[in-house]
Design a protein around this ligand. Structure first.
Ligand code: IMP
Length: 441
């Protein structure tokens, strides 16, 4: 039975948490495969609001094994905090497993992230300052500290000392904060607290897949923030695309049967970098206010714009999307006309028009959107539960997007609540959607 990857098809914050929460009910395991606590998932579940940065979204189901895979970078202090919060709210976290091979975010990674952003002066990337980039840099340089290292004092101390050595110069202003002994002791304590969760998580994934169980691979961030395929250098330091699910969880590509891309009905971005459909007018502000477009992790106001079909087609191809979950359609209620970007025009060369995502950064940085205008609708969509409940103009919007991207929309978000979704008829083509939608009707 299927391995299903859920990825962001835009610049992150697409509402993956809610989609994964819904699917996780029918899944036997949920595995995070990249990123760290730069992510933020908000879930409204059992009348309560939950915010997770590291813990997989399936944690609220005791029967679902939740895995933080080898590809994730883990801040153990943040993880311990999330575990404690869950316990305090009565959630048993016995189903949480942490890969022994995942890399750790260390206190010096946080300092280096801040320092890096300050050095960029007026043109920072706008990172979440959670130490993500420096932690992945150490991993690539083979100077990383892994989860398993927290279980052995001698190895831990030796590895931290080796990792600090080449950074001495850079960390000189923070000399007082960087104490080898203190960091070692702190991380040994984390190791002790997390020990019961540490496991060979690839083997957990293999067992579940071999037994024909549903396994979900939970992506963080989005395709356009991918370090290889996104808007480099304004990207995160991992691969949020579906191909990375195999690497970051320890399975092979043939273990993946479905790939769902989550996209908002419009576009947002946090941090710097090109955004061809960005709005700087009242419509952009209206989307921000109605969609509550403020970051879960940093509280920053998100940049907003119309749906970008050039970028969405690119994400569909990069990830081999088999399905789209279109979220926050309700936010577009009340706009007379709704624009969708179908092509980019180059500002440097007025005659340059493209409907494919430009590989060259100079083209992309100056591109602006060309739009089709579709009819809007005024109805509140919050109570819609089937396609036939949606106003005709909203259905036309879905049909337009599906046609333009060439991927079926299986699920539509019509409000923040767990029940505020519409399963489309195309959901029957997806094994996991069939299982969840079937159970819901
Ligand atoms: P970093 O991942 O903290 O290094 O930040 C790099 C870029 O990715 C910045 O533009 C961040 O705003 C963006 N980013 C990182 N995580 C997320 C996320 O979960 N949602 C949206 N943007 C993100």
């Amino acid at each position: 039975m299927p391995g299903t990857v859920i990825v962001g098809a835009q610049w992150g914050d697409e509402g993956k948490g809610k989609v994964i929460d819904l699917l996780a009910e029918r899944a036997d395991a949920v595995i995070r495969f990249q990123g760290g606590n730069n992510a933020g998932h908000t879930i409204v579940h059992g009348g309560q609001t939950w915010k997770f940065h590291l813990i997989p979204s399936g944690i609220l189901y005791p029967g679902t094994t939740c895995v933080i895979g080898n590809g994730v970078v883990v801040d153990p202090g943040v993880l311990c905090g999330e575990i404690e919060d869950l316990r305090a709210r009565g959630v048993d976290v016995g189903n949480l497993k942490l890969s022994a091979n995942a890399h750790l975010i260390m206190p010096y990674h946080l300092l280096l992230d801040q320092e890096g952003e300050q050095k960029l002066g007026k043109n920072p990337i706008g990172t979440t300052r959670r130490g993500i980039g420096p932690a992945y840099a150490d991993k690539a340089a083979r100077l990383g500290i892994r989860v398993q290292d927290m279980l052995d004092e001698r190895i831990l101390k030796k590895k931290i000392a080796a990792a600090l050595e080449p950074k001495r110069q850079l960390l000189r202003p923070y000399a007082r904060e960087i104490d080898l002994q203190a960091i070692t002791e702190q991380y040994l304590t984390y190791g002790h607290r997390l020990e019961q969760h540490i496991a060979d998580t690839a083997a957990i994934a293999w067992r579940a897949l071999d037994e024909g169980k549903h396994v979900l691979f939970e992506g963080a961030q989005g395709a356009l923030l991918d370090i290889d395929h996104g808007t480099y250098p304004f990207v995160t330091s991992s691969n949020p695309v579906a191909g990375a699910a195999a690497v970051g969880a320890g399975v092979g590509p043939k273990d993946i049967d479905e790939v769902w891309g989550v996209s908002k009905a419009y576009t947002t971005r946090v941090g710097a970098g090109p955004f061809p459909t960005e709005l700087h007018d009242d419509a952009g502000e209206e989307i921000r206010q109605r969609g509550h477009e403020f970051g879960t992790t940093t509280g920053r106001a998100r940049r907003t714009g119309w749906l970008d079909l050039v970028a969405l087609r690119y994400a569909a191809r990069l990830n081999s999307l088999t399905a789209i979950s279109l979220t926050k359609l309700d936010v577009l209620s009340g706009f007379d006309r709704i624009k969708v970007c179908t092509r980019y025009r180059g500002a440097l060369d007025e005659d340059f028009v493209t409907d494919t995502f430009p590989y060259h950064q100079s083209v992309l940085h100056h591109a602006t959107g060309e739009y089709e205008e579709l009819q809007g609708w005024t109805e509140d969509l919050g109570e819609c539960r089937s396609e036939s409940d949606l106003p005709q103009a909203a259905r036309d919007y879905l049909a337009y997007v599906e046609e333009a991207v060439g991927v079926p929309i299986v699920m539509v978000g019509v409000g923040p609540g767990r029940e505020q979704i519409v399963w489309t008829e195309r959901a029957s083509g997806s094994a996991i959607a069939g299982a969840v939608a079937g159970a819901a009707t």
